[in-house]
Design a protein around this ligand. Structure first.
Ligand SMILES: Nc1ncnc2c1ncn2[C@@H]1O[C@H](COP(=O)(O)OP(=O)(O)OP(=O)(O)O)[C@@H](O)[C@H]1O
Length: 226
């Protein structure tokens, strides 16, 4: 299994009596594309933070690619994430005064692999595949449209060829056309990379792109969702 959760509970320190997540069991097989749908405030981002090791479960076991994140130190989780997990955030989280190429280079730097020239070639090939024309590659990212920035964010998430790609409401700031484009580019790159995809959104209409749809309320017995 790419993801295996067992008796996972998570609560924020300021509400110790109210778990945001209480998941008896949840797993995702290699190369599955899972859409996790749930209302705002239901705990979707909290779940993704556990899967990527940005947060640690209060209780229970979180295994990703056979490794128990709950047994790792913060530093080990950071290294594991850089090497194996790609993340596309709701608000892109690109550094606005760096260019697309520089933003993506940062991700390769943390994963520490490849020679600089090969890395640059791979970045440029990926940007071209994502239909970002070369005139934008070295401009400050802040000068790109939201659709272009979103595609740079996909490139950054995929440059290290992660086995697991996590996407948190990545289409929320896109119009219908850009949204459809984004979804088809994302799906074809995920397939090409043979990656497992966990995509969360409140927007049920996006479920058409997925073979597996899980309502967060079905997997989570936590107080906010039930
Ligand atoms: N850092 C935090 N400290 C305390 N409570 C938090 C924190 N982050 C989130 N919460 C609470 O945890 C619950 C779940 O939040 P989360 O962001 O995971 O939901 P979500 O489903 O991703 O929502 P949205 O779709 O609006 O992004 C909410 O009630 C929220 O107020």
């Amino acid at each position: 299994m790419t993801i295996n959760l067992k008796n996972v509970r998570f609560q924020y320190p300021d509400s110790p009596d109210k778990p945001v997540l209480d998941i008896p069991s949840w797993s995702v097989a290699p190369q599955e594309h899972v859409f996790v749908q749930g209302p705002s405030g239901g705990g979707k981002s909290t779940l993704l933070n556990l899967l990527s090791g940005m947060s640690v479960a209060t209780r229970g076991e979180v295994s990703i690619l056979g490794k128990k994140l709950d047994k790792m130190s913060g530093r080990q989780r950071d290294k594991f994430r850089a090497a194996h997990i790609g993340y596309v955030f709701q608000q892109f989280n690109l550094i606005p005064y760096l260019s697309p190429v520089e933003n993506i280079e940062l991700a390769t730097h943390f994963a520490k692999h490849g020679k600089k020239n090969e890395t640059l070639n791979a970045i440029e090939a990926l940007l071209a595949k994502l239909n970002i024309s070369s005139e934008h590659w070295h401009k400050k990212t802040i000068h790109l449209s939201s659709g272009q920035q979103q595609r740079v964010a996909i490139a950054r998430a995929l440059i290290n060829k992660p086995e697991l790609l996590i996407a948190d409401e990545p289409t929320s700031s896109l119009d219908q056309d850009n949204r459809d484009n984004f979804m088809s580019v994302l799906m074809s790159l995920v397939d090409e990379n043979k990656a497992t995809l966990v995509f969360v959104s409140h927007d049920k209409s996006l479920s058409q792109y997925f073979s597996r749809i899980d309502a967060l309320s079905d997997i989570n017995c936590g107080s906010e969702a039930s």
